[in-house]
Design a binder for this molecule. Structure first.
Ligand code: NDP
Length: 323
């Protein structure tokens, strides 16, 4: 086998999956579905799974499109994709973040997706919002979050074999420490914002030390930033003959992080999968990591800061200083 072919094979096999603490494998790359219109997400899911070799679809009740994602999954199953060969993540929304509501919320999600179980179910945010809360919430609509009460119900989903793994999202190291010291089943995954303009180094180190796998959301800087055009990204892309999107995704995988870029475009869904046949050198990894300023795109202000309140102070407290 020619050397370049051997490299291609090794890179692909080694890095297509990461192993979770449960022993289950999470694909290094998945398709994000936030802001994917219901009328296009069905085809995007089908295209990703059947034509591009994706194995992971990242969903959430709040994205308002799980029924259409489910239709895309069904089309993929009809085309020969096997349920056990793909990995489906979904998330518990913050208006159902009390123990009594969790099973009901989970049942709605699996029914919408047309599945019997999910591979990974996440607590979407460590926030408990009143069911009638507005966005942004009014004073009094952000209620105390009962971490352990919520987690016990999440653990039951594993015990009942309805979720193969459970995890969290948008948790800081401090919140994870509390969870780790009190839980029976430890979280397999923390899904957080991560890209070169928000490296989140300390949290990543904490998660690695504690065997919690990190999945990066908004890997391309989400739809509202210009990260793709940062010179550190475009220069590296040009040098390696790759696109900025491929570079950003590859940067994450080389940090040991799985990721879930969203696209509704067939071309870009295919492009984003072309990340297993090349490596970014240490020097270029460092160059990408030098992007400044470091800033969250999605700090969650609209979820937890009531109008007229001190946004900076509330966010600093919520993120335990990781901001
Ligand atoms: P991404 O960083 O994935 O960026 C998506 C944007 O980039 C879209 O506008 C998309 O447009 C565009 N795009 C996709 N591929 C390319 C490409 N190759 N070249 C140029 N543009 C491209 O942002 P998201 O914020 O959507 O994050 C990804 C996923 O993470 C979400 O969809 C969701 O599943 C999850 N998420 C989870 C959160 C959480 O709290 N747990 C929070 C936020 C996101 P187009 O569709 O036209 O291609």
């Amino acid at each position: 086998m020619a050397q370049s072919q051997q490299l291609k094979k090794d890179v692909a096999v080694e890095e297509a999956y990461f192993t979770l603490r449960s022993g289950n494998h999470i694909p290094a790359l998945g398709l994000g579905t936030w802001k994917a219109e219901p009328n296009v997400v069905r085809d995007a899911v089908y295209h990703a799974l059947v034509e591009c070799g994706y194995k992971h679809i990242d969903c959430a009740h709040i994205y308002g499109n799980e029924k259409e994602v489910g239709e895309g999954l069904q089309m993929a199953f009809d085309a020969g994709i096997k349920r056990e060969d793909i990995f489906i993540t979904s998330k518990l929304w913050i208006k159902s973040c009390i123990p009594e509501k969790i099973r009901e919320a989970f049942d709605v999600t699996v029914s919408d997706l047309g599945l019997k179980y999910v591979d990974l179910y996440l607590v979407h945010w460590p926030i408990n919002l009143a069911p009638d809360a507005s966005s942004p919430p009014k004073k009094g609509q952000v209620l105390p979050f009962d971490t352990m009460g919520v987690w016990r119900e999440m653990e039951k989903l594993v015990e009942q074999k309805l979720a193969r793994d459970i995890g969290v999202s948008n948790f800081t190291a401090k919140k994870l420490e509390h969870l780790l010291s009190n839980c029976t089943i430890k979280p397999s995954v923390n899904q957080v914002e991560m890209h070169p303009a928000w490296r989140n180094d300390n949290l990543l180190e904490f998660c690695k030390k504690n065997n919690i796998h990190v999945t990066a959301y908004s890997p391309l800087g989400s739809s509202s930033t210009d990260l793709m055009h940062a010179h550190e990204v475009t220069e590296t892309a040009e040098k390696l003959g790759k696109t900025p999107g491929e570079i950003l995704i590859r940067w994450l995988i080389q940090r040991g992080v799985s990721t879930i870029p969203k696209s509704s475009s067939k071309e870009r869904i295919k492009e984003n999968m072309r990340v297993f046949d090349f490596k970014i050198s240490d020097e270029d990894m460092q160059k990408l990591s030098s992007i400044s300023p470091q800033k969250r795109v999605n700090p969650g202000a609209e979820l937890l800061v009531p109008e007229g309140e001190d946004e900076e102070a509330i966010l600093r407290e919520f993120w335990d200083g990781e901001i």
